[in-house]
Design a protein around this ligand. Sequence first.
Ligand SMILES: *Cc1c(COP(=O)(O)O)cnc(C)c1O
Length: 383
Amino acid sequence: MSRKLRLMIPGPTPLPPEVSEALARPMVGHRGKGFAELTARLHEKLQRVMQTENEVFILTSSGTGGLEAAVANTVNPGDKVLALVAGKFGERFRDLARAYGAEVLELHFPWGAPVDLDAVAEKLKRHPDLKVILTTQNETSTGVVHDIRGLGALAAEHGAVLAVDAVSGLGGIDLPADAWGVDILVTASQKALMTPPGLAMISLSEKAWAKVAECRAPRYYFSLPAAKKALAKWNTAYTPAVSLFFALEAALDLILAEGLEQVFARHRLLARAIREGVRTLGLELLAPDEAASPALTAVKAPAGVAVDDLRKLLLDKYGVLFAGGQGELKGKIFRMAHMGHVDRLDVITALGALEMALNELGHKVTLGGGVAAAQRALLGGAE
Ligand SMILES: *Cc1c(COP(=O)(O)O)cnc(C)c1O
């Protein structure tokens, strides 16, 4: 029998059948009328899912390309940029700003903790000339969600542009971008948006566009003025990943049909159930309840269990793929993603497989204990 793979990593995530089907459509010309109509529809749907009235650009690249576009179009060499670092993806945004010659100030927070707004406020007060703040919505390496609403208020008061990496949260975790003062919003196709890897989406507020006008950093493929000019004709500057555009529309249709509020509630419910289950097994969660991600749960490996052995057993024997830790958390945690095309039984599967694998590795837990706790949370959940 071919193995049935259960992807529980934070990207790529499982595809709904409607999305897979869209991928198989015949190719069309990307300068034709049909493709322009598709781009216009996608634009309207993306604005709804990204909760913004700003123009949204679809770039054919992975999420990091979207982050690079954000930096390359707004940061001049020597500009003061504040990077909020509480995990691997906070580091990546910081590294990008460094690569473009920014003077990068950093605020570090423990991996597994949220950004501390008081520390950010203090830093902003001391640096009135700071141009851009780089942050992560859902820090995928730790399963922590940062307070974007709070950061938006601080950025608005200070005048700096707030750039948010929402690659792994958008479409699963509520982020009213305009209402919360997000100036640059970046996301990608392969996580909560249930589409294969290969597309990044970016939108910019008027405040951010003012920075683009002043920007002298070199850029070509990721030039947003070029993207803007093309979008005016419902087109892209260069050849887009046409099949992924088809797939993205199918995924956005599913999200909009379910309703954004319902999608967010489903993610919150699944996260609560999985956390209850993990706790009941006597394992420790990395993120505190108040900042826990609805899309991904990081669990500390119990003493005596090697994360690599656990992941290997889960994959080889049960076809369940969890993610390991990254950076300083490598070998210390494993991560279960529950973003995008996920439902209640995915949580039961994850916990059931985890219980069996832990027992097989000599870490005795009560079989069914985590599963039962999750079932109770799923039945009791008002969502
Ligand atoms: C996955 C991810 C990215 C982008 O990674 P790519 O591999 O370039 O798509 C960026 N930020 C966060 C928070 C992510 O989870």
